[in-house]
Design a protein around this ligand. Structure first.
Ligand SMILES: *[C@@H]1O[C@H](CO)[C@@H](O)[C@H](O)[C@H]1NC(C)=O
Ligand SMILES: *[C@@H]1O[C@H](CO)[C@@H](O)[C@H](O)[C@H]1NC(C)=O
Length: 142
C-alpha cells in the first residue's frame, strides 16, 4: 500500500492539475491566444517584425503588404505573459520604426483568443475587441 505521504502528494498534484484546467474552462480564458499584425502600409511592400517574450525569441519576419504575421501561445497562469515587438519599414528617406508591447493581458482582453494589430502609414493601430473598433496606439519613431 502507498505510504500516506505519497498518497497526499499525488492528491495535491491532482488538485493543482484539475484547478488549472478548471480555470481555463470555467473562467473565460481561451486555451490559445493568437496575436496578429497586418502590414497595411500601401507604400511599403515589406514590414519587418521581430517579436520576443521573456523566454521566446520568435526571430525576424518580413510581412508583405496586405499580409499578416501571427503567433500563438498558451497564456500562462497567473497571466503574466508579455510579448513585445520591434517593427520597421523603409519610408524612402527615413526608416520608420517602433518597439512596443504587443501582448499582455492589460493590452489584449483575455476573454478573446485573437489580438489584432495593424501597421499603417501613420502608425500602429490596435483592434479593440470590447469596443469593436480600431484604436490608434503609436506613431512611428524616425
Ligand atoms: C489601412 O490603411 C488604409 C489607408 O491608409 C486605411 O484607410 C484603413 O483604415 C487601414 N485599415 C486598418 C485596419 O488599419
Ligand atoms: C497566420 O499566418 C499564416 C502565415 O502567415 C497564415 O497562413 C494564416 O492564415 C494566419 N492565420 C490566421 C488565423 O490568420
Amino acid at each position: 500500500m502507498a505510504r500516506p505521504h505519497t498518497t497526499l502528494a499525488i492528491f495535491l498534484i491532482l488538485i493543482v492539475v484539475l484547478f488549472e484546467s478548471a480555470v481555463y474552462s470555467l473562467i473565460i480564458i481561451p486555451d490559445k491566444q493568437t496575436v496578429h499584425i497586418t502590414n497595411n502600409i500601401s507604400s511599403s511592400p515589406i514590414l519587418n517584425v521581430h517579436c520576443k517574450s521573456g523566454d521566446n525569441d520568435l526571430g525576424p519576419q518580413t510581412v508583405r503588404h496586405n499580409q499578416e504575421y501571427n503567433f500563438s501561445f498558451h497564456a500562462n497562469i497567473p497571466l503574466t505573459t508579455l510579448f513585445w515587438c520591434g517593427v520597421n519599414w523603409n519610408g524612402g528617406n527615413v526608416i520608420n520604426s517602433k518597439i512596443f508591447d504587443i501582448y499582455s493581458t492589460k493590452i489584449c482582453w483575455i476573454k478573446y483568443s485573437d489580438c489584432r494589430w495593424y501597421a499603417s502609414t501613420d502608425g500602429l493601430y490596435f483592434f479593440d475587441n470590447k469596443k469593436n473598433e480600431l484604436v490608434f496606439k503609436f506613431g512611428w519613431d524616425h
